[in-house]
Design a protein around this ligand. Structure first.
Ligand code: ATP
Length: 371
């Protein structure tokens, strides 16, 4: 399966630039997710790849084929050979499952016997082999979505483009569909670009994720890279839950920084590759904060404090507490119930990330965060 390259894609609408000089590489056979808040340009990127939008600058290469090069090449969508699945399944209500799936092959004048074989093959792939004769209204939402996927796969696409395909499904079905997509992807190994604004979905299905913000890419990485080493505060805050606290770097040697965090006493020695001093924000995940048994004297430990519990909740598989550190509410999660009233917590320095203040993404830090 081919890889995909987007080089310097800019897309303007009348009032608004939706994509700013966007460059991305999607590797052969991977599930690559575009993740970001509503309006950040995910669908515009996907539509540009599919040929449904024409960018105002840049080029798009699919394998060794240039499918778009501004002012020179603009292949029609049907010649790009991308299988596209949208949030609304868009399967035809008057056609049976088999007719829906076979339609792209019929358009290409595939002989009937060959078409029937392929339809059965892709229906088996999406576990709907026994439902070939049913009509869409006889199927659940999840099954209809699988018909749409089967149709996108019927004429083997060079690339699969999925635009929020599971967002109409209920939470349980969505979860099952994600697992199922991953299994399907290992069977067909088709290079896939997946659009979602749901971070759990992105973390669970993707080989790599591009986090987008206002038409730019903030970071590209594997789910663990994105979650454990967010490139900036936006990524830390958007992907997962992050506690963000004000602080100040008082010393830094390029491998570690001494960071004073409001409300935490002595500065903490935190891994950090930047030598700049001055005001920063630090982030730490709720599950990284340790809770200590009551009565232990940890006052000498850096990064430890005892604080009143403002709020607590039981969420089935974990407990969530809110305490204040230097006036900022901080969420702490744990799988075991802790004492009520007050909690002694500590922030392990190795789990703290440090971010220097940046008003807006600039071209340089935008490129620096894309690897
Ligand atoms: P969502 O998650 O809400 O679908 P998105 O990240 O996919 O959002 P896009 O649909 O790509 O975002 O839109 C990016 C920006 O471009 C938005 O500000 C949107 O309003 C604007 N936009 C998208 N399509 C058009 C259009 N056809 N005409 C004008 N503006 C558009």
């Amino acid at each position: 399966m081919p890889s995909l390259h987007l080089n310097g894609i800019t897309k303007r609408f009348t009032q608004h630039t939706a994509l700013h000089d966007l460059s991305l590489t999607v590797q052969d056979g991977e599930i690559f997710t575009l993740l970001g808040p509503s309006g950040c340009g995910k669908s515009t990127t996907l539509w540009s790849i599919a040929g449904l939008h024409q960018p105002d600058a840049g080029s798009i290469t699919l394998g060794d084929r240039v499918v778009f090069d501004h002012g020179r090449v603009n292949l029609e969508p049907e010649h790009r050979n991308c299988g596209v699945v949208f949030q609304s399944y868009a399967i035809w209500p008057h056609m049976s499952v088999a007719e829906n799936v076979g339609y792209p092959l019929k358009l290409r004048k595939t002989p009937k016997a060959q078409r029937d074989r392929r339809v059965q093959e892709v229906l088996e792939l999406v576990e709907l082999g026994r439902h070939a004769g049913r009509y869409p209204h006889e199927l659940s939402g999840g099954q209809q979505q699988r018909v749409a996927l089967a149709r996108a796969l019927a004429h083997p696409p060079d690339m699969l483009l999925l635009d929020e395909p599971f967002s109409n499904l209920d939470a349980k079905l969505r979860d099952r569909s994600r697992q199922w997509l991953k299994t399907l992807q290992t069977q067909v190994a088709v290079t896939t670009v997946f659009v979602t604004h749901d971070q759990d979905e992105a973390l669970s299905v993707s080989d790599r994720i591009a986090v987008m913000d206002r038409g730019r890419v903030r970071q590209v990485g594997t789910p663990t890279e994105i979650y454990d080493h967010p490139a900036d505060l936006f990524v830390a805050d958007f992907v997962g839950t992050a506690n963000i606290l004000p602080g100040e770097v008082v010393q830094a040697d390029g491998t570690h920084a001494l960071v004073r965090v409001e409300g935490l006493g002595e500065p903490l020695k935190v891994p950090h590759s930047d030598k700049r001093l001055g005001p920063v924000r630090i982030s730490i995940r709720p599950e990284s904060i340790a809770i200590h048994r009551a009565g232990r004297d940890l006052s000498a430990n850096p990064g430890t404090l005892t604080a009143k519990v403002d709020n607590q909740a039981y969420l089935g598989d974990h407990y969530r507490y809110t305490v204040r550190i230097g006036g900022t509410p901080v969420i702490v999660t744990t799988t075991r119930p802790a004492a009520t009233g007050e909690l002694t917590v500590s922030l392990p320095p190795e789990d703290i990330r440090v971010f220097h203040e940046e008003a807006h993404p600039t071209e340089e830090n935008h490129h620096a965060s894309v690897h």
